[in-house]
Design a protein around this ligand. Structure first.
Ligand SMILES: [Zn+2]
Length: 481
């Protein structure tokens, strides 16, 4: 079944065909680690997790790269604020160490948050600081040889007007983009549109040696160097938030294609998130960390359903009303699984799949194939829940046997959306993680054919009050009663 995806570069929905199937190379711009993750970070990470699951459900093997920006002005600023490093009387080493500590701490926070939400880890997670020399410095050197870049007092800039395709991704001419571009104090660029490939070191800041002296890379060269290194000069999908289209992704294309690399074929961008209709910002007092949300709505699927109910490319507005609605939607699923456990036909022939389940599977795939239309895909699952209740209530045993296929399809499709991974009853986050870990242990035992051990784990979980339901799509668990 075809998968059609919107490509920002062509501004159209196109049938997706990777360069060398079944392999699909995906590069997504990851976080700059200077603070705890907020809802916008998670929307992006989850949107691309769903893309990855949708690709995998269609038999593609996804090589998923998400970078970490661990050298940046914001990290340096945060390190100064938090530790006072780099101030009077402090050695140069202090600020570097402090920057490393800041980025380590917030990368860990990011990882923890994604783990709590059950968002998969990337295949590769390159850190910018590990690829400065030689990956980024080589790229910059080539751009200088090529004449697309110039050196100015220890900085190196990319001369935007040397790249004829500039503006294609954001669909603007260079002259349109020029409006609003400016030269910041201390910058030595010739044209306001030019951007830094290399920044000369300021005293005490983290720096690397290069042919242009001590300094650090610009943000854009990070991603074009690391994506090409891990996925090749041409790869399938490059993604990120829509706020990265200009200038970040436009600049990445300019850098790569100036050096003759075809670069990414599909550009996929998720829409932005607002809170109660306003841009989220600390100064407006509406900045929400994921931790805050998970404290108020402790099952990760509430947040996931909230996201899924809006198409990934559309803007989304967070509000407690919408979270309450998402929670209600989740309870519909939870109620069905409970009903299923109470009324399912345990014995008897496997029986034919219910027609409702077969149809729903097809329509769900169609909706997901249509540029990941998750609102429509969810509607299919809610209809299926209703059909499932009817089957369970029917007096004919075939009906209750048919309900089994409804359960299977719900878990399978839920898996494509990343739902039901953390159980289908509301438990504290720590408990979710503990039960998940024991289920993973049981899966491993079953895979190794250690069935006695697997049964032991199941029994121990039952004693602790957790019921497991095995389906073709994975194991569901919930609290008994
Ligand atoms: Zn990037």
């Amino acid at each position: 079944m075809t998968l059609r995806l919107y490509n920002t570069l062509t501004r159209s929905v196109e049938p997706f065909a990777p360069l060398s199937p079944p392999r699909v190379g995906v590069y997504v711009c990851g976080p700059t680690v200077y603070d705890v993750p907020h809802l916008g970070h998670v929307r992006s990470a989850y949107s691309f997790d769903v893309l990855r699951r949708a690709l995998e459900s269609r038999g593609f093997q996804v090589l998923f790269v998400r970078n970490v920006t661990d050298v940046d002005d914001k990290i340096i600023e945060r390190a100064r604020e938090e530790t006072g490093a780099g101030g009077e009387g402090q050695g140069a080493r202090d600020l570097k160490t402090a920057c490393r500590q800041i980025s380590e701490r917030y990368l860990e926070a990011y990882h923890n948050t994604l783990a709590q939400l059950g968002i998969g880890s990337p295949t590769h997670e390159p850190r910018a600081t590990e690829h400065v020399v030689p990956d980024m410095t080589d790229g910059i050197a080539q751009l200088l040889i090529n004449g697309a870049a110039y050196e100015a007092g220890g900085d190196v800039y990319f001369a935007v007007r040397k790249f004829p395709g500039y503006g294609r991704l954001s669909n603007r001419t260079v002259d349109e983009l020029q409006v609003g571009a400016r030269v910041e104090p201390g910058e030595r660029k010739r044209d306001p549109l030019d951007f830094a490939l290399w920044k000369a070191a300021k005293p005490q800041e983290p720096s690397w040696s290069s042919p242009w002296g001590l300094g650090r890379p610009g943000w854009h060269i990070e991603c074009s160097a690391m994506s090409a290194k891990l996925l090749g000069d041409a790869f399938d999908i490059h993604g990120g938030g829509v706020d990265l289209v200009f200038p970040h992704h436009e600049n990445e294309i300019a850098q790569a294609q100036t050096l003759g690399k075809p670069f990414a074929r599909w550009w996929i961008h998720n829409g932005l998130l607002t809170v109660n209709g306003e841009k989220m910002s600390k100064s407006l007092g509406n900045w929400i960390s994921v931790e805050d949300v998970l404290r108020a709505y402790p099952h990760p699927d509430y947040l996931k359903l909230f996201f899924l109910k809006t198409h990934y490319r559309s803007p989304i507005d967070y509000s407690t009303e919408k979270m309450a609605e998402a929670k209600k939607n989740w309870e519909e699923f939870s109620r069905f699984f409970q009903h299923y456990d109470q009324r399912k036909a345990d014995s008897g022939p496997a029986g034919a799949a219910a027609a409702e389940a077969v149809t729903a599977r097809g329509v769900f795939d169609q909706a997901m194939g249509d540029d990941l239309n998750t609102p429509q895909a969810l509607a299919v699952l809610f209809d299926l829940v209703n059909a499932g209740h009817r089957l369970l209530e029917s007096n004919a045993p075939e009906g209750r046997v048919g309900a089994r296929s409804v359960c299977e399809v719900l878990v399978e499709c839920g898996g494509v959306l990343g739902l039901f991974r953390q159980g289908v009853s509301e438990e504290p986050l720590e408990v979710q993680q503990q039960v998940q870990a024991r289920i993973r242990e049981r899966d491993a035992a079953r895979q190794a054919k250690h069935f006695a051990r697997a049964d032991e784990i199941r029994e121990a979980l039952r004693r602790d009050g957790y019921l497991l339901t095995d389906t073709a799509g994975g194991t569901l668990w919930r609290r008994a009663g």
